[in-house]
Design a protein around this ligand. Structure first.
Ligand code: SME
Length: 155
């Protein structure tokens, strides 16, 4: 099944502009991406902890339960994206030393930080069961998406 980034962005826009609590809308975004993009097997948001600005706290997600509900900046792929304040793509997690295993099935991961009014408020994290699945199309999708959802993340 092919996926269309432009169509997904339109659907995300409708969810963001639609009704519901912020976390409920973020949950719908996770569900949408996990359902439509064949190589997205876990999709979730982490928030920057307002009480500890060097820690990420798990928000809405779709996929297997994870023990990584709190991640310090610098740890794992998520912590690295937070520390570097930029998108991190790991095509093969078995070759990554700074990695926090969420599920044994995960082979690759992409994490994009989310900024609201210049402040980093969280990130979107996507795991794949396929090795090296991410292309510039994924990066572009997340680049647009993170701007759209930013108002729904609370610092
Ligand atoms: N693998 C992540 C941890 C979060 S889970 O993938 C949901 C990491 O290395 O930071």
């Amino acid at each position: 099944m092919d996926w269309n980034p432009a169509m997904l962005i339109e659907e995300v826009r409708r969810i963001v502009d639609g009704p519901g609590a912020d976390t409920a809308r973020l949950q719908r975004v996770c569900d949408l991406l996990a359902e439509r993009v064949p190589h997205y097997d876990w999709v979730g948001f982490y928030f920057v902890n307002p009480d500890n600005e060097r820690e990420l706290v798990l928000g809405p997600y779709t996929g297997a339960t994870t023990e990584h509900t709190r991640i310090p900046f610098g740890r794992g792929v998520c912590g690295r994206a937070a520390e570097e304040r930029q998108t991190v793509i790991v095509g093969d997690v078995t070759r990554e030393e700074n990695y926090l295993a969420c599920s044994a099935a995960t082979k690759a991961e992409i994490v994009a930080p989310i900024f609201h009014s210049g402040v980093m408020v969280g990130q979107i994290d996507i795991d794949s069961h396929t090795t090296d699945p991410f292309t510039p199309r994924d990066r572009e999708l997340l680049d647009t998406l993170r701007h759209l959802v930013a108002p729904l993340l609370h610092p």
